[in-house]
Design a protein around this ligand. Structure first.
Ligand code: FES
Length: 102
């Protein structure tokens, strides 16, 4: 699957997503500046991304833990998600995300 990721300077690139891995892992492994301090435990919000309209609706809904963590994040929007809580699959082929400000 493909992920279209836009960094904080507005530059987009296409990266390869591996089934079963998280979006956070794919963004980090591709060299995007995503801190992911907690390593994907839904405990830091440093993997905050904005998911483009049309894709956001296709995601598995947020857990209570993700909702709580986003409540503490900065610059949250209606389409905010934590990338470590999104699992790559063919259903998300072509998903577009933008890194939220740090
Ligand atoms: S990596 Fe910490 S919440 Fe996603």
């Amino acid at each position: 699957m493909k992920i279209i990721a836009t960094d904080r300077s507005g530059v987009s690139r296409e990266i390869e997503g591996r089934d079963g891995w998280t979006l956070m892992e794919m963004l980090r492994d591709a060299g995007l500046p995503i801190t992911a301090e907690c390593g994907g435990a839904c405990a830091c919000a440093t993997c905050h991304v904005y998911v483009e309209e049309g894709w956001y609706e296709k995601l598995v809904p947020k857990s209570d833990a993700e909702t709580d963590m986003l409540d503490m994040a900065l610059a949250v929007q209606d389409n905010s998600r934590l990338a470590c809580q999104i699992t790559c699959s063919d259903a998300l082929d072509g998903i577009k995300v933008t890194l939220a400000p740090e």
